[in-house]
Unconditional design. Structure first.
Length: 98
């Protein structure tokens, strides 16, 4: 689901639109990274000569526009009845590591 600025949740995303690569285990009070696969029909296609970095920035701008008015994604652990709030994708590219 997507959580908007006033904490209202969207309808559940169909499994064909959003999927999480499993298994995922992040210990309590720790940070972790996992992959969420979003399949939007309107994602801008990659241009043949476009570099990975440039295309990632194209996708970041697309997500910023698509998620305008939202504060991030929410994932539910149905087995344990947990709500897991995920941050909105960053407006800035990640820092390059040497």
């Amino acid at each position: 689901m997507v959580k908007d600025d006033n904490s209202t949740l969207s309808e559940s995303m169909p499994s064909g639109v959003a999927a999480i690569e499993f298994p995922v285990f992040i210990p309590a009070k720790q940070k972790g990274t996992f992959i969420v696969i979003l399949n939007f029909a309107t994602v801008p296609p990659r241009k043949p000569a476009e570099t990975d970095d440039h295309y990632h920035e194209t996708l970041r701008a697309y997500l910023q526009d698509e998620l305008k008015g939202s504060i991030g994604f929410v994932v539910f652990d149905e087995a344990n009845h947990y709500e897991i709030d995920l941050p909105k994708p960053s407006a800035q590219p990640p820092a390059k590591t040497p």
